[in-house]
Design a protein around this ligand. Structure first.
Ligand SMILES: [Fe+2]
Ligand SMILES: [Fe+2]
Length: 324
């Protein structure tokens, strides 16, 4: 692909203008699935149902301080409270990611042919994400926590994402935003210790995200096949940087104030906590394997992947890996 890609094909990589029979068939199937199986959280969730006191919004072992000396000092009620705030933080970051994703989807639709099933599906997915963000916003409101979001500098930096991201890194960014939360949601959707309201929100999100993830993975592979060799380092480095930023911003340090802990100290403890590092690795496990197979994880950018904890110091992508 690399050497034979024409300038027109590369431009198509930016604009996604080229018609593609397989892509059209995929989009057609997704449009039918969207019509048959979509949810309206305003109607399908009973937002007025009382919360189940004693149940958590996040699995205990997924709390960033779980297993540390700081965790041991917290009372059961404080642990429950911290889990709620961390769940609100992940949900708030989810809204932030979906806003960015919507801008990327708008870019796809803006550049494409509105008669294509592909563009029509991009618009359908945009509608899904609009409903998801509203659903997450209501969930945070219901939890009664602050609206956590990434810090101002990251918030501002992310504005350039739709400009700098195209092709594999753009679809990779979409997948980071979708697959990391998805893996954590799947783990708790059937767990009786989790608040029923949270489980319902997760169930709706998991079902609708399966379509999005399928399309993004297929598009990533297609855009990789059109990529020139010269563009690969940029794509790898950009995606590695995005992965690091997302992984570091799942838990806002301000959540620790909710149980009287110093945010700076608790943040330091969390980042050194092997349980927390394992949670991050777990959330990205399937995605990292996919991105590695696609050739998007490698030099340059390995430093960011390891610092994010999505790729461990050992194993694939680690120092022992000849491709690293
Ligand atoms: Fe979503
Ligand atoms: Fe999505």
């Amino acid at each position: 692909m690399a050497a034979s890609a024409t300038a027109a094909q590369r431009r198509a990589g930016h604009g996604e203008r080229a018609p593609h029979a397989e892509r059209e068939r995929h989009a057609e199937r997704l449009l039918r699935s969207t019509a048959a199986r979509s949810y309206d959280p305003e109607l399908d969730i009973d937002w007025s149902a009382p919360l189940d006191e004693g149940k958590g919004f996040l699995l205990e072992h997924r709390c960033s301080l779980y297993g540390t000396a700081l965790w041991e000092r917290l009372s059961p009620a404080q642990r429950l409270e911290l889990r709620k705030h961390e769940a609100a933080s992940v949900t708030g970051t989810g809204i932030w990611l979906e806003m960015l994703l919507m801008r990327l989807l708008t870019k796809v639709a803006y550049d494409g042919d509105p008669r294509s099933r592909y563009v029509q599906y991009a618009l359908a997915e945009l509608a899904d994400e609009c409903r998801h963000s509203t659903m997450f916003a209501r969930m945070i409101e219901r939890m009664g926590t602050p609206a956590y979001r990434p810090p101002r500098a990251i918030h501002e930096l992310a504005r350039i994402l739709p400009v700098v991201a195209y092709g594999p890194a753009m679809w990779g960014a979409v997948l980071i935003g979708e697959e990391l939360p998805d893996r954590l949601q799947r783990e708790m959707v059937d767990d009786e210790s989790i608040q029923p309201l949270m489980r319902m929100v997760n169930r709706i999100h998991i079902m609708e995200e399966a379509r999005h993830i399928g399309l993004a993975r297929a598009e990533l592979v297609r855009s990789m096949s059109r990529l020139s060799r010269a563009e690969l380092p940029y794509q790898r480095l950009l995606l590695a940087r995005i992965a690091f930023i997302v992984a570091r911003n799942l838990v806002n340090p301000r959540v620790y104030s909710s149980v009287g802990l110093d945010p700076r100290e608790a943040r330091r403890v969390a980042l050194a906590n092997p349980h927390h590092r394992e949670t991050i690795r777990f959330s990205g496990e399937k995605l990292v394997a996919f991105l590695r197979d696609a050739g998007l994880i490698g030099t340059p950018g390995m430093r960011w992947w390891r610092r994010s904890f999505l790729v461990g110091p050992e194993g694939p992508g680690g120092p022992e890996d000849p491709q690293a």
